[in-house]
Write a protein that binds this ligand. Structure first.
Ligand code: ATP
Ligand code: MG
Length: 404
């Protein structure tokens, strides 16, 4: 089969394939971008697989970066783009269910395609737009079906991350999982405990942000894979509740919003330890904590100016979106208006600094100065003091007098 309209990303990358071929090797586009092109969806990174070994690839291109030589990957910089060129390889023995203990470079495309996870991810596309489909992936694409390459049980036993990837693809593509593949996924789900949490998180996160995330969660529930993920043991009912509460057409706007919602529905009290065990970054943790704090605050009262200043309008909007999905009272306009009315969004925007006050009033650095600065900040935020040098100095003079 030929791909009719070669996406521009592939067209631009054609010279890279041509150069590798001119040097006497084979080269193909592979991976998710071929799948997405066949589905008529926008493509992301163009990955290239080649029979050339890394050292050979590096000889072909003047500008390369070693980004994973031991896995056979060389980054090539060509006409303003970056391409990952990976040597055809097999992955032999998996000892820790996580990564192959040995990567062998091979000269055969078929060997390389065999080690890929799902048939729809195991296409290769050549320079003449011909699709190489060794595992009937085209039929699976047509049927919107996710099927493991080869023996499903073996494949999940080799690398349990494929289970998470499988759940994720149902959510991003709206595909169903072929029966044997699903049985094997379910059976091997306990191996999820052995794979790196960071990698599970990446897949889970992609699942939550995907357009058909509900389908991914449905499969998470029926596979009972949740039992082998951090903090998610016995969580089926809670996931059901989340699915029931949020409308069919709702999709999450950001990772933080998605995970805050998960924490809410799972009724997790210790947010920090949950996110720590998922090994998310500190920034991520902080934002999720803020979202949940806003959510609780919003159960008590409406948003005030100081909240907009403190949390920023965008986090407040994310919570408001979730509330809207839950059928609760929302007021997006209020947040916009309060935000527009804020004269400062950050204390660094205050035109007078601590140093200025030390000079102007012979104040000493210390808690007292800190108190005055905080007062200035909250007066400006509330609109009771102009963010102007003279006004602020007058205000401080009065404060000092009053406290004498
Ligand atoms: P995305 O569109 O999200 O990038 P993708 O399918 O391209 O999805 P990548 O993680 O970029 O996913 O991997 C590129 C390709 O490498 C996959 O399409 C698949 O062929 C192969 N692959 C990735 N991870 C695995 C795995 N754990 N086991 C087997 N093959 C894998
Ligand atoms: Mg990819």
């Amino acid at each position: 089969m030929r791909l009719k309209d070669l996406p521009s990303e592939f067209q631009e990358a054609l010279p890279v394939l041509e150069k590798i071929k001119a040097a006497g090797f084979e080269a193909y586009f592979v991976g998710g971008s071929v799948r997405d092109a066949l589905l008529g969806q926008p493509i992301h990174d163009v990955d290239i697989a080649s029979s050339s070994y890394p050292a050979e690839t590096k000889k072909i291109f003047p500008r390369t970066v070693d980004i994973g030589i031991e896995h056979g990957t060389v980054l090539v910089l060509e006409n303003g783009h970056e391409y990952e060129i990976t040597t055809f390889r097999t992955e032999d023995v998996y000892v820790d269910y996580r990564r192959p203990s040995q990567v062998s470079f091979v000269r055969s495309l078929e060997e390389d395609l065999k080690r890929r996870d799902f048939t729809i991810n195991a296409f290769a596309l050549n320079e003449r737009s011909q699709v190489i489909d060794k595992f009937n992936g085209l039929a699976d694409l047509g049927q919107k079906r996710l099927r493991a390459v080869g023996n499903a049980a073996e494949r999940f036993n080799e690398d349990a991350l494929r289970i998470m990837r499988g759940l994720r693809f149902t959510a991003s593509l709206d595909f169903d999982i072929e029966e044997e593949t699903f049985t094997a996924m379910k059976e091997h789900a306990p191996l999820l405990e052995k794979i790196s949490v960071e990698r599970s998180f990446i897949e889970f996160d992609k699942l939550l942000l995907a357009p058909y995330w509900r389908k991914g969660i449905d499969y998470l529930i029926v596979s009972q894979a949740y039992d082998y993920l951090p903090f998610l043991q016995d969580s089926a009912d809670k996931w059901q509740k989340l699915l029931k509460d949020l409308p069919e057409d709702f999709t999450f706007t950001s990772s933080e919003q998605a995970w805050a919602s998960v924490l809410l529905y799972l009724d997790i009290k210790n947010i920090k330890s949950f996110l720590k065990s998922w090994k998310t970054s500190n920034d991520f943790q902080k934002t999720v904590e803020k979202l949940l704090a806003i959510y609780r605050l919003r159960q008590e009262r409406q948003i005030e100016k100081a909240d907009v200043y403190h949390y920023g309008a965008s986090l407040l909007m994310l919570v408001e979106e979730l509330r809207q999905a839950q059928g609760l009272v929302v007021d997006f306009e209020r947040i916009k208006e309060l935000d527009a009315a804020l004269t400062i969004h950050d204390k660094h925007e205050i035109v007078v600094r601590g140093g200025d006050l030390i000079v102007a009033f012979a104040l000493k650095p210390g808690p007292n100065l800190g108190k005055i600065l905080n007062q200035i900040e909250s007066f400006i935020v509330d609109g009771n003091l102009a963010n102007e040098r003279q006004a602020i100095l007058d205000f401080v003079r009065r404060e000092i007098k009053e406290n004498e």
